[in-house]
Design a protein around this ligand. Structure first.
Ligand code: 5AD
Length: 481
């Protein structure tokens, strides 16, 4: 593949501009940041932790967590480390920071100080600046990742990486389409190219930074092939800028066979496309997200969903699982509820650790279907971009060749309508311009007609609505009452 890396001089100029966008940017001195990162001990490096976990066949657990004030946030992370036994720690960023609204984040910090409770839904890392981030990463003993949902994360990446974080979530597609309404894809992909180049720059200088595209997208009935195609494209873009530690993600769909097949096919397909593009010197891991859709309000039911997700991640052979909490239906969890989700997950994962991987005919069937779907989509996307994944992604979303269901963005067609088949697998009812071959198209149609017959109704939009609410009401398939 031709060298698409941002040239050094352009990148240096862009860095100066990004760092001048908000006063705390001046706290980033690239040379000093590099020395600081070089001194982070190996057992606090995210890339090393996921590599070692995978080598040992250990499924790592990670929560989500973030509050407005530094001391509060440190207390939270220490609690999750000690009482939740989290293997990896997060810092979830607040919604203002995700939108680059730092003045409003500053008011949120003030209000939180006055009320002694978090008035932001995450940690405003840009406002706290490099020293505030370092206090956080130095106060815990596990590697810490930045988790967010930011279309333009350039300044956030600069400050948090200089602040000792060793992993950065997101991507130019996965942190735009599900998170923003109006940001053009070309813009977010260009801004994420900067983030990837920044990580690549650290890599070149001997500091490994883990990168994790956001696999679940809108988290609602997303067919595996859609998330996989986006993840592989973002992986290609990241590797193209020099990233070497890459974690691709998948959000639990609910069908055991389809979920296990999705985990396995994601690893296999990503390796295939990365090698085909000429990359060999990278470390790939897979993260499984426990159920990202609507949760039951009842905490006992929520625990069941959490444990089921942990079990599927283990049976599928994922390397990491992002854990939910019994407070999911209510909002931001307490630290106690967060640790409960971790401990419940740990019990399931530990009991399955020695049982090997599950293989069934249904898993094999789904694996073949997903692989075929992803190849249909990606061959068209890459053709549209003449081999360039960034150009291909922009053209594909414009043409509806790639489409994300239930997304707020005007830059995806939103034509695709997913629903469950009679066994609970997510299929596509209306596929818009997604380029399946005729066998695949017939397969989806037949599977949905089978369900319609079993339910004595025709395939219709009502099934989509029924499926969206089914899990929170205690079922997988949204059957008529
Ligand atoms: N702390 C804990 N969890 C959070 N989430 C979002 N922000 C936070 C936070 N500050 C979780 C939501 C949802 C997922 C997308 O992220 O509860 O599970």
């Amino acid at each position: 593949m031709e060298d698409k890396r941002i040239p050094a001089a352009d990148f240096a100029a862009a860095r100066r501009e990004v760092l001048s966008a908000w006063p705390t940017g001046a706290g980033v001195d690239p040379g000093e940041a590099l020395s600081y990162q070089r001194a982070v001990p190996a057992d606090k490096r995210f890339a090393e932790a996921v590599r070692a976990g995978r080598a040992a066949g250990r499924l790592l657990l990670q929560p989500r967590a973030g509050v407005a004030l530094i001391d509060e946030h440190i207390r939270l992370l220490r609690y999750l480390e000690a009482e939740g036994e989290a293997d990896l720690l997060p810092t979830t960023i607040d919604a203002y920071t995700r939108q680059n609204r730092y003045a409003e984040a500053a008011r949120g910090i003030e209000k939180s100080e006055a009320s002694r409770t978090s008035m932001l839904n995450g940690f405003p890392a840009v406002n706290h600046g490099v020293p505030g981030c370092r206090r956080v990463t130095e106060s815990v003993s596990r590697p810490v990742q930045v988790r967010h949902g930011t279309p333009d994360a350039r300044l956030l990446a600069e400050i948090t990486l200089a602040g000792g974080f060793t992993s950065f979530e997101g991507g130019g597609i996965s942190y735009n389409i599900p998170y923003a309404k109006n940001v053009p894809l070309r813009t977010s992909i260009a801004d994420w190219k900067y983030v990837d180049r920044l990580c690549g720059w650290y890599e070149e200088n001997g500091v490994s930074i883990n990168r994790e595209p956001f696999g679940p997208l809108t988290g609602t009935l997303v067919p595996p092939c859609i998330g996989h195609a986006v993840g592989i494209l973002e992986g290609l873009l990241a590797l193209g800028q020099g990233v070497r530690s890459l974690t691709l993600g998948y959000g639990q769909g609910g069908s055991l066979a389809q979920d296990i097949a999705a985990v396995r096919s994601l690893r296999e397909l990503a390796d295939e496309y990365f090698r085909e593009a000429g990359f060999s010197d990278y470390d790939l891991t897979i993260v499984f997200h426990q159920w990202m859709g609507g949760f039951p309000e009842d905490e006992s039911r929520a625990f069941s969903l959490i444990c089921w997700g942990a079990a599927v991640a283990s049976l599928g052979g994922a390397d990491k699982v992002i854990v939910k909490t019994p407070h999911e239906a209510m909002g931001i969890p307490t630290k106690e509820a967060n640790a409960q989700g971790l401990r419940a997950s740990r019990q399931a994962v530990s009991m399955l650790a020695d049982q090997g991987k599950l293989e069934t005919a249904e898993i094999q069937r789904e694996r073949e279907v997903i692989s075929r779907e992803v190849r249909c989509i990606l061959s068209r996307v890459l053709a549209l971009g003449n081999g360039d994944p960034a150009e291909g992604a922009v053209a594909a979303f414009e043409a509806g060749v790639l489409d994300v269901p239930f997304a707020p963005s005007i830059h995806t067609r939103g034509k695709i309508l997913p629903m469950r088949d009679n066994e609970g697998c997510i299929r596509i009812f209306n596929r818009g311009a997604i380029p399946f071959d005729s066998d695949l198209a017939a397969w989806h149609r037949d599977r949905l007609e089978e369900r319609a017959r079993a339910e004595g109704r025709s395939v219709s939009f009502q099934m989509v609505t029924d499926d969206i609410y089914a899990v929170s009401k205690g079922r997988l398939v949204g059957r008529p009452r």
